[in-house]
Design a protein around this ligand. Structure first.
Ligand SMILES: *Cc1c(COP(=O)(O)O)cnc(C)c1O
Length: 463
């Protein structure tokens, strides 16, 4: 039985029309898009779950903030409002706005990474991995073994493997580890949360070997919600208190504000020690790449919406409703016997495409097969989080074999209602019911050297 859908703690004040094309039209559109869902036009998509990044619905308060945005080039009041919010919530000495998460990575990583160095994470997100490689260093993933088994239900499945982390540090030499990045929630492993205990232990290891500990904080509020729900001793703490404790263990954070901060554009870098010598370097790099350090590539109105969104993302009624959407969809998948990274993570189901299409090998991209079929089935746009996204080894050029072959349905915040969730569940079930008739996957006919999944062209192997 499906769990009860938790009602929206808001009502709708403005609407946006969406339209479903016919099945024949969708088959034509996806072919014209070279079987890459990033090439589809938004208007040709009915339910857009490509990403939860920047696709959120802002509140009336945020829109009112847009009107109050101060567009001064330097020292805008919206910048100070953001600074105050950042300091209040994270207790960090320095907050740097940037235009999005990857900008934070582009500014920070070359300051601490270079050729011959390594960066270790519970799991790198794709752009984060790319910026480690662009800085000349090499990324190493170090998630706990349980994360690699979608059927294995356990709490805090996004955790760092602490023993393995220390082993890698000793193997490579602590002086060669430029940074340790804790991704909360663990996006690539299925939006799986990381426990407070695990963050604390990772922090202790970083201190022991004098390595910078950075939080990749895109979904810090969802992660705090999981800690409150599932980790002993946190039930009576507020989300804000939990967030403060999490961030107290790190030296810095890089954040895509397009996720839990519920805006359409923005990012942050935070440095705990307000006197850190890194701050001057961050400001200088920001001026070169992003813009003067009091706006960091954002309009004043964006800074204002971001400052408000930082607080709205922490609201417990909102987080409960958001997590309720995930639980509702997960229960419908459970009822139908559909495998996904379980328990469901914070921002949507990661369907186990390897389990749905056992006949399709990793190098024919089962996660991409399911994404294409969901578009054909119901105009739903999702994306592959598997070997297709992972790409080729930067040293050998060979196709990497990912630990998972997932199709991610990333749920935008405050956008879709219960009936949309039923359409998602029905479409996944319909594709599963005809999955054995799909014998082959896709081959890549063109790809760029890095972050290929955004742009590559594909072709079905069996016509
Ligand atoms: C989205 C995301 C990023 C990159 O952020 P953008 O705003 O898309 O550039 C980095 N890390 C994680 C974990 C993310 O989810």
């Amino acid at each position: 039985m499906a769990v009860k859908y938790i009602p929206e703690p808001f009502r709708i004040k403005m609407v946006e029309t969406i339209k479903m094309l016919t099945r024949e039209e969708r088959i034509k559109k996806i072919k014209e898009a070279n079987y890459n869902l990033f090439n589809l036009r938004g208007a040709d998509v009915y339910i857009d779950l490509l990403t939860d990044s920047g696709t959120n619905a802002m509140s009336d308060k945020q829109w009112a903030g847009i009107m109050r945005g101060d567009e001064a080039y330097a020292g805008a009041s919206s910048y100070y409002k953001l600074l105050e919010a950042g300091k209040d919530i994270f207790h960090y000495g320095y907050i740097q706005p940037v235009h999005q998460g990857r900008a934070a990575e582009k500014v920070l990583f070359p300051l601490v990474l270079s050729e011959g160095k390594f960066a270790i994470s519970n799991m790198f997100f794709d752009t984060t991995r790319a910026h480690v490689i662009l800085s000349g260093a090499r990324p190493i993933d170090c998630v706990i073994e349980a994360a690699k088994h979608p059927f294995k239900r356990c709490k805090f499945k996004g955790n760092m493997d602490i023993e393995k982390l220390e082993k890698i540090i000793l193997e490579k030499g602590p002086e060669n580890i430029g940074i340790v990045v804790m991704t909360i929630t663990n996006n690539s492993a299925g939006g799986q949360p990381v426990s407070m205990e695990n963050i604390k232990k990772t922090s202790e290891i970083c201190k022991k070997y004098n390595i910078i500990f950075d939080i990749d904080a895109a979904r810090y509020a969802e992660n705090a919600y999981f800690i409150k729900r599932d980790e002993e001793g946190y039930q009576d703490k507020s989300i804000k208190e939990i967030v403060q404790e999490v961030f107290s263990y790190a030296d810095m954070f890089t954040m895509s504000a397009k996720k839990d901060t519920i805006v359409n554009m923005g990012g942050l870098i935070g440095v705990k020690d307000g006197n850190s010598p890194l701050i001057l370097k961050i400001k200088a790099a920001c001026i070169s790449f992003e813009g003067f350090f009091t706006y960091g590539g954002l309009s004043g109105r964006d800074l204002e919406a971001l400052a408000i969104g930082l607080y709205e993302g922490l609201d417990e009624d909102y987080l409960k409703y958001r997590n309720g959407q995930m639980e509702y969809l997960a229960s419908r998948l459970d009822d139908a016997g559909i495998a996904y990274q379980a328990p469901i993570g914070g921002h949507g189901p990661f369907i186990d495409a390897k389990a749905m299409f056992p006949q399709i090998p990793y190098n024919e991209f089962p996660g991409q097969v399911l994404a294409i079929e969901l578009y054909i089935e119901a105009g739903i746009r999702s994306c592959d989080i598997g070997s297709y996204m992972l790409g080729n080894d930067p040293d050998t050029g060979k196709q990497l074999h990912a630990d998972f072959e997932f199709t991610r349905l990333a749920i935008p915040r405050r956008v879709y209602t219960q009936s949309h969730f039923d359409i998602m569940a029905d479409a996944i079930i319909a594709v599963r019911d005809r999955a054995d008739k799909i014998k082959r996957g896709y081959k890549i006919t063109w790809e760029p050297p890095i972050l290929r999944h955004f742009q590559a062209s594909l072709e079905p192997i069996e016509k």
